[in-house]
Design a binder for this molecule. Structure first.
Ligand code: C5P
Ligand code: C5P
Ligand code: ZN
Length: 487
């Protein structure tokens, strides 16, 4: 379990850093100049986009928001042609300082990110990143969290956006403290959200929709950890509950998780542990189902916004299914039609995941075990925007994942493949850093890569895919043996 402490000095210097960004934003708004925001496609990126969008709206700023899968020369150039007075990057940028330093050197630029970084930013840029203050950005603060700190420095009214940063952190799976709680700077943001009256936390079984949804649905909608044969399959979930004599209804009313007795909850937990074991997974995986629950108290029950983890999945679905506008507007406070639309996108996303996981497991060669890694071959069948999600899900689903997992697929219309790599905390503790490995291997084969120690990605020319995979396999071994991997 990580140590929770972020020192006062670290926090002060991070907040001072955030204040610099806030000051530059205020100056730009006062001059009535145009701001261009670029944020990342996943739940954390969309949450960050929503927070900055709302904060800028409150200031009466002129701005636009663009959501990108990644940042490269092409994207940097197209932003520059727009000639904005200020560019804000959220949940991306720190891993691409080479591009920004060379292509956007003449621009006013703010980077609000939590990715690992290997270079110094151009001194004219404002670079806010927990890593610069000795705070672990893969665990203790998300991209949306960095954006929130800036919003808070802009105006205290923005404390009412703290719960969106909590959603972002959970989307990035930063719940790494005891009982799957958020820690570090995230914990301070949780407190802000509680103080503002927008968030409640407690420890319980963490099925999706624990106070709002029939128990069999809540179980079927839970995907972290992925429950083989139950996640995504309501009929199986009903049968599973029946097999352990948990009645789905009381009278003619569906029961929710909250309605179960302590004895029933215990029975459910131990049946799930047996179920995991029967699928070759450690029964301990079931322990991951009990933990800190974050409830957005002002959201309507029965909506996927009530539970912060479920909210993050909804955001992720809008990003991965190409409907980023819907996700961002929900984070900015839209409900009604936007929420209805998001519900449809979420359904489609769930069906797509089930389809892709089914396809991957249909033939054994589609998930290949090499010496030091697993490789899931998406073969262009899996949409490149979904590769990250599939990789995250597979990595919680392979029996006793003792090797990191790398999934990839061809990017439609480009000569590139998209890679997503995931590993586990024990391997990170042993020194594995996928962000470093993917960066080095991608650069060697004319691609780009980077990210966090535990989760990283890369884009690599299709023709170099095999060589790239081979190199990643070798670098994983080297790094776990404690040898240097550079050069
Ligand atoms: O770009 P960003 O930092 O927001 O993305 C991190 C990604 O890594 C997220 O999609 C998150 O779900 C994934 N992740 C993961 N397993 C972890 C930590 C992060 O799949 N343990
Ligand atoms: O795309 P995916 O979800 O696999 O990305 C995992 C993490 O790696 C994310 O935090 C993403 O921003 C980061 N990444 C990166 N550089 C890339 C690709 C992904 O920093 N070229
Ligand atoms: Zn992030």
């Amino acid at each position: 379990m990580p140590n929770d402490a972020v020192s006062k000095e670290q926090l002060d210097s991070l907040q001072k850093n955030a204040k610099q960004a806030a000051d530059l934003i205020l100056e730009t708004v006062e001059n009535r100049e145009f701001i261009h925001v670029v944020s990342h496609l996943d739940a954390d990126g969309l949450a960050g986009a929503g927070i900055i969008g709302k904060a800028l709206t409150r200031l009466g700023a002129f701005f636009r928001i663009r959501i990108e899968r990644w940042l490269d020369e092409k994207i940097a150039n197209s932003i520059a042609t727009d000639k904005p007075a200020l560019i804000i990057f959220a949940d991306l940028g720190s891993g691409n300082l080479d591009v920004l330093n060379s292509q956007l050197v003449d621009n006013h630029l703010i980077i609000l990110d939590h990715h690992q970084t290997t270079e110094e930013a151009n001194p004219g840029f404002v670079h806010v990143n927990p890593h610069l203050h000795g705070i672990d950005g893969s665990r203790d603060l998300s991209g949306a969290g960095v954006v929130y700190l800036v919003a808070k420095a802009l105006n205290k009214t923005n404390l009412d956006l703290a719960q969106i940063a909590v959603v972002g952190a959970l989307g990035d799976m930063q719940d790494k403290y005891e009982s799957r709680a958020l820690g570090g700077v995230n914990k301070i943001i949780v407190k802000d959200a509680e103080t503002a009256g927008n968030l409640q936390t407690e420890t319980d079984l963490m099925f999706f929709g624990r106070e709002t949804r029939p128990i069999h649905k809540a179980l079927a909608y839970t995907t972290v950890p992925f429950i083989p044969d139950i996640s995504g399959q309501e009929d199986r979930s009903v049968a599973f509950l029946a097999s352990i004599r948990i009645s789905p209804k009381k009278g003619d009313k569906w029961r929710v998780l909250r309605d179960l007795s302590e004895e029933e909850k215990k029975r459910l937990c131990s049946a799930l542990a047996d179920h995991f074991a029967s699928k070759g997974l450690s029964g301990n995986v079931a322990l991951n189902l009990v933990g800190r629950v974050y409830t957005l108290s002002h959201e309507e029950p029965w909506t996927p916004l009530r539970d912060a983890r479920e909210f993050s999945v909804l955001l992720n679905s809008t990003g991965r299914m190409g409907r980023t506008g819907v996700g961002v507007s929900i984070c900015m406070g839209d409900r009604g039609a936007a929420l209805e639309e998001a519900g449809k996108v979420l359904g489609e996303y769930r069906r797509t995941i089930t389809k892709y996981l089914g396809w991957l497991t249909e033939k054994p060669e589609r998930i290949e075990e090499l010496n030091n890694i697993y490789v899931a071959h998406g073969e262009g069948i899996i949409d490149d925007k979904m590769i990250g999600t599939i990789s995250s899900l597979l990595s919680t689903n392979i029996p006793k994942l003792e090797k990191p997992l790398v999934a990839y697929s061809a990017i439609q219309g480009e000569e590139l493949a998209k890679f997503s790599a995931r590993t586990t905390d024990p391997l990170v503790k042993k020194g594995l850093n996928l962000g470093e490995i993917l960066k080095i291997a991608a650069e060697k084969y004319s691609g780009r890569g980077g990210g966090h120690n535990i989760a990283a990605g890369a884009q690599v020319p299709i023709k170099n895919v095999d060589a790239f995979i081979k190199l990643v396999d070798t670098l994983v071994k080297k790094q776990l043996e404690g040898k240097p991997i550079e050069g």
